[in-house]
Structure formats: structure tokens, C-alpha cells
Design a protein around this ligand. Structure first.
Ligand code: KG4
Ligand code: ZN
Length: 348
């Protein structure tokens, strides 16, 4: 079975081809980071326009790489939400039209579910049930994944998503958009001289004193701003703040992850979404799982951030269960809770 996957929920156009027998056969991506950088964030209108420009050439590229004729496709999976409505509509309109023209199935994929399944795409030993930490630019959630399409939200951020907090903290210290990876690189490179008290005091660990699995990151960003404004605003202060910020985020997530695993009783932790590429987070969560005698699964960094492969794979799995979008209408959902992952798939 051959499924073409199309991702266009934000500022990456991703296309990939997943084959039931051979796995991932081809993929291509266009990132719009350079386009949005001068505006300091994603401009939705520009995102939609660039998806329009790049989508068809990327599809042609993927089919050519795989040496597959479009008539050999069994289905086209596309991200139907959540995301920027205009950006989603580009992918959805294209996918549904192409599926209609080829008389094949179209599958509406939930973007966050696709992120959760990205680890399994690379490592088929990963089975349900598992506990997931989803950390992206728009979402930060703990999810109990019981089976395909059966997800329970255990807790989430009450304000900024982790990626958003990384990006905003980076921006307030003058780093270019998206500053998350740059801030992480500064934090990783920061060397604390032994015996000398740090130039920046440790940041608070938000919400750890409260029960439950909700999170909050906007206070850390404000704390970073106050600390930055009091500093000499030189490279040393930037690195020390980056490190203090990252340490606080990583420790908070590690403690809350343990609580989430205590609740679910799972021995498997899946880390998904763009911030899943963060090295300090990966190290801390691997240690947590080692100590618990469980296993942490991380997609490789290219599959942590938005891509077409995870959409093709999620679509393939749902198609195996006989789930697809039977209507000819083009629907997207800018907001789409994971709990409803079944009903809107039918998009009626
Ligand atoms: O999942 P993703 O590609 O897009 C969304 O669906 O949001 O996540 C992008 C986010 C951005 O906020 C980016 O700064 C952050 O992930 N990010 C990182 C790292 N790599 C990407 N944050 C911290 N450390 C990283 N290494
Ligand atoms: Zn994403």
C-alpha cells in the first residue's frame, strides 16, 4: 500500500511517500524559516503563499525519487489540523483534489497525532500503550496513548508552549527567529567554572510545587527578561541565562514526566515535536527512563520538527483500520483537540 503524505500546517511544506512493505520510500521538505525570519515570527499569509509555490514541485520530486507513478498511489494523507487555517487549506485542497482526480482515498491526519507516531516510523519495536510528551512550538502536552486514535490528555501548558518560550526568550536576548535551537546551542556550550558561583542564579521550576500535570512557561520567559535587563547584556550573560532557562525547562519536564508515568504505569515514553530535538532534554529523559527500567523513544531530529513522513505514516496506519475521509468537502480545523481525533477524521 502506497500513501502520499502532505504536511502544511505551519511554515514547512513536507511531502513523503510511505509504503506498507518498504517503509518510508521518499521525502522532501521546504522550510520557510528564512522567509519569516525578518518578521521575527511566522506570517500566516506568507506561509500559505509559499505552500502554494512549493507543494506541487515537492510532490513531483518525491514521486520521481521513489520512481513511482501517481496512478500507483493508494491514498493521500494530509494534515487537516490543528494549525494555521490558510496553510492547512493549501495542503487539504491539493490533497483532496488529487485524490478525487485519481479516484483514491484521502485521509485527514491530526498534526499532533502524526508527531506522536513519528518515533514509531523509525522504530517499529515501539508499541502502544505509551506515555507521550509532546513539545512543539504550539503545544506542550502529556498524553496517554492507549491505541491508535485513542488518546487521553493528562496535562498541558496553561500559557506558552515550550518551543514558544524558547523562541521568545531567545528573541528578547537578540537571537534570530526561530531562536529555540540557537538558545539551546548557547546553553549546551555554557561552561560553569567550578568553585565560582554562577553569574545567573537558578531559575524557578514552575508548577512543580503543585499537584497535577499542567505546566506553565510564560513565567520563565519573564524571569529571563528581568535577568537580561539587569545584566550587562554581553555574550557571557546571554549564555548564562540560556543555560539557566534550559536547565529549568528540562528539570521541570523531567519531574512532570515521572509523574505522568506514575499515573499511566507505562514503561514507554515517547518524546515528540520540535523541542524533542533538544539534546539536554533527550539526555535527561533518557536518564529518567533508565532509572525506571523503561525505554525513552525519540524521533531523530529531522522527524521531531514538522515533516511529511509522519503524516504519510499516520495516514497509512489509519487506512489500515479502514478510516479515511469519505466526503468530497474540503475541511480543515485550526483547532482540533486530540480527544476528538476520531470524529473529525470523517470530516462530516
Ligand atoms: O514541532 P515543530 O517543528 O513545529 C510546531 O508544530 O510547532 O516545533 C518547532 C519548535 C520551535 O519553537 C523551535 O524553536 C523548537 O521547536 N526547537 C527547539 C529545538 N529545536 C527546535 N527548542 C529547543 N531546543 C532545540 N534543539
Ligand atoms: Zn509540528
Amino acid at each position: 500500500m502506497l500513501v502520499l503524505g502532505i504536511e502544511s500546517s505551519c511554515d514547512e511544506t513536507g511531502v513523503a511517500l510511505y509504503c506498507g512493505e518498504r517503509g518510508l520510500v521518499a521525502q522532501a521538505l521546504d522550510s520557510q524559516i528564512e522567509i519569516h525570519r525578518r518578521f521575527g515570527g511566522v506570517v500566516p499569509e506568507l506561509a500559505s503563499r509559499n505552500h502554494i509555490i512549493h507543494l506541487v514541485p515537492l510532490v513531483e520530486d518525491v514521486l520521481a525519487q521513489a520512481q513511482v507513478d501517481k496512478h500507483a498511489l493508494d491514498a493521500i494523507a494530509y494534515t487537516a489540523g490543528p494549525g494555521l487555517v490558510g496553510a492547512l487549506l493549501v495542503g487539504a485542497s491539493f490533497a483532496k483534489s488529487m485524490a478525487f482526480a485519481l479516484n483514491i482515498k484521502a485521509i485527514a491526519v491530526h498534526h499532533l497525532e502524526a508527531h506522536l507516531l513519528a518515533a514509531q516510523l523509525e522504530n517499529q519495536t515501539l508499541k502502544f500503550p505509551f506515555t507521550a510528551l509532546l513539545v512543539s512550538g504550539g503545544h506542550t502536552q502529556f498524553i496517554a496513548a492507549r491505541a491508535l486514535g485513542d488518546y487521553l490528555l493528562l496535562g498541558e501548558t496553561l500559557d506558552d508552549a515550550v518551543g514558544e518560550a524558547f523562541d521568545k526568550t531567545a528573541k528578547l536576548m537578540g537571537l534570530a527567529y526561530p531562536g529555540g535551537p540557537l538558545l539551546a546551542a548557547l546553553a549546551d556550550a555554557f561552561v560553569h567554572e567550578p568553585g565560582i558561583s554562577p553569574a545567573v542564579a537558578p531559575f524557578p521550576r514552575p508548577m512543580l510545587d503543585r499537584p497535577g500535570l499542567d505546566l506553565s512557561f510564560s513565567g520563565l520567559k519573564t524571569h529571563a527578561l528581568t535577568t537580561w535587563n539587569k545584566s550587562d547584556k554581553q555574550e557571557g550573560a546571554r549564555s548564562a541565562i540560556a543555560r539557566a532557562f534550559q536547565d529549568a525547562v528540562v528539570e521541570t519536564l523531567a519531574v512532570k514526566c515521572q509523574r505522568a508515568l506514575d499515573v499511566t504505569g507505562d514503561g514507554r515514553l515517547v518524546v515528540a515535536g520540535g523541542v524533542g530535538a533538544n539534546r539536554a532534554l533527550r539526555k535527561a529523559l533518557s536518564r529518567v527512563m533508565d532509572e525506571r527500567g523503561g525505554v525513552a523513544y525519540f524521533p531523530s531530529p529531522a522527524f521531531c520538527t514538522d515533516n511529511g513522513a509522519m503524516v504519510a505514516y499516520a495516514g497509512y496506519l489509519h487506512l489500515l483500520q479502514g478510516e479515511y475521509d469519505p466526503t468530497s468537502a474540503i475541511h480543515v480545523k485550526a483547532r482540533w483537540p486530540m480527544l476528538d481525533v476520531y470524529s473529525p477524521r470523517q470530516m462530516t
